[in-house]
Structures are given as C-alpha cells and as structure tokens.
Design a protein around this ligand. Structure first.
Ligand code: PGA
Length: 260
C-alpha cells in the first residue's frame, strides 16, 4: 500500500505563499517524479486557496488537493459555510474532519463530526478522520478509551477502505515538537487497527496515519512502524523540501518493510 503523505496547511499561509509553496512542490516532483508515484501526496490549503493551488499544480499533477473541514449542512442558507459538494466542485478529493483544533476551538463533538462525514461521503469526498487523546487523558491512562470512543462514534456509512482514512494525532504532539514514541505509536495504531477490524469488514485495509510533529528527521522511524500507513503533517508541510523529504522517508520505509 502506498503511504499517504498529507500536508495540513491550517491557517498558516496567504495566497502568495500558497502559490510559492506549490511551485516548489512542483519543482521537487519534476526533479524526482517517483516521489509523486511511490507515495500518495495530498495538500490541504485554507479553503480560499484550494482553487489557486489546483491551478498551480496543473491538470495532470500527482498531488491531490483537500480541505481542512466542511459544513454540517448541504447547500443553502448557511452564511459563511462551505459545503462538501462545493469542495468537490472546486476539485478537492479529500477532507480532514475532527482535527483536534476544531474539536477544541469549535467544540466539535463526535456526533457533529459524524454528520459532517455523512455530507462528505454523499458528496463523494474521501474523509481523513482525526482522533487522539490529550496529555491529561494519556497521563490518566485513558488514551485507548478516548480514541476507541472516537472511532466507535465515527460514521462509516457509505464508506469503504478507499473512502476513509484515520489519522491518529495525540493532541499533545501537535505543533509542540514532541512526538509520540515509536512504541506508543505502534501500540495505539495496533489498537486502532484491531478496532477497525472488529467493526468493519474492510478494517484491515483502511489507512491509519500518524500526525503530531512529524519532521524529516523522525519520519522514517515513525513511518516504519506497523500499521502506520502515512502521515498528517502540519508545520513541516509548509516547507516544500521538508514535505517531500517526509514523502521520501515514507517510500524508503515502505520499501524496507516490503523487503523484510
Ligand atoms: P504538526 O501538526 O505537524 O505541526 O504537529 C499536525 C496536525 O495538526 O495535523
């Protein structure tokens, strides 16, 4: 399975920077075309810039474009919202749902995220569902319980292994420079895999990404862990060289695992 290397640009770039970053990704892929073939690359710019990024990537790019959220409702009288079907219309293929910054800053509950997933699947978007525990929850020994509940409350109706991706992002590792240890990642990803297999016939085939301070220097170790099928990258995805270095680390890790 190709690793999915996903960049979450959050609200961290203006249009000019988005153009420059995309041009640098294009240049990196032109210099090393295998990168875009041997890994699946996705970038999720702010809504406003998804179209600009699409046009800079060009019509035949290997890089997919996604969004960081979508509305709870279908099209209509919802001032300020962007619907899942609008994202599809704008050329997006995936949407990140349930990121911890949305759970925290916008009080998004599992139920609300499940409803958004329904809209996304109906519109034909693939969903990256983020799950993860806070530091206090981990310290209290409740990490699996929290992540397990987030998966139990998730909406898989209308999904299949190709339409849904889980991203395990321990909240305390996001943007902090702290990553979960390889042992903790292995144990949590194994737990998530077990849960998915229990719930879904295609549970063995769903990709599970790790996210939280993934950088070029820790990417190979994290992406070599069993059941780590890619990475969701914030900070390091704002630099084309780092983003593509992580993609290369994913390819190297996959090759090494296949050879073992
Ligand atoms: P980070 O963010 O790589 O900056 O820790 C990850 C994420 O929030 O998806």
């Amino acid at each position: 399975m190709r690793k999915l290397i996903a960049g979450n640009w959050k609200m961290s770039c203006y249009g000019g920077e988005a153009i420059e970053l995309t041009e640098q990704i294009n240049a990196g892929l032109e210099a090393n075309p295998d990168l875009g073939l041997d890994a699946e690359l996705l970038i999720c710019p702010p809504y406003l810039y998804t179209g600009i990024v699409q046009s800079v990537l060009g019509p035949v790019s290997d890089v997919l474009v996604g969004a960081q959220d979508c509305a709870l409702s279908e099209n209509g009288a919802h001032t300020g919202d962007i619907s899942a079907s609008m994202l599809v219309d704008a050329g997006c293929e995936m949407v990140i749902l349930g990121h911890s910054e949305r759970r925290q800053n916008h009080e998004e509950s599992d139920d609300l995220i499940a409803e958004k997933a329904e809209r996304a699947f109906e519109a034909g978007l693939k969903v990256i569902l983020c799950v993860g525990e806070s530091a206090a929850e981990r310290d209290a020994g409740n990490a699996e319980e929290i992540v397990g509940a987030q998966i139990d409350n998730a909406n898989f109706e209308g999904a299949d292994a190709n339409k849904v991706v889980i991203a395990y992002e321990p909240v305390w590792a996001i943007g902090t420079g702290k990553t979960a240890s390889v042992d903790d990642v292995e144990s949590m990803h194994g737990f998530i895999r077990g849960k998915l297999q229990e719930k879904l016939a295609y549970g063995s085939d769903i990709r599970i990404l790790y996210g939280g301070s993934v950088k070029p220097d820790n990417a190979k170790a994290l992406l070599s862990v069993p059941n780590v099928d890619g990475a969701l990258i914030g900070g390091a995805s704002l630099n084309a060289e780092s983003f593509l270095a992580i993609a290369q680390a994913g390819i190297d890790a996959a090759e090494q695992m296949a050879a073992e």
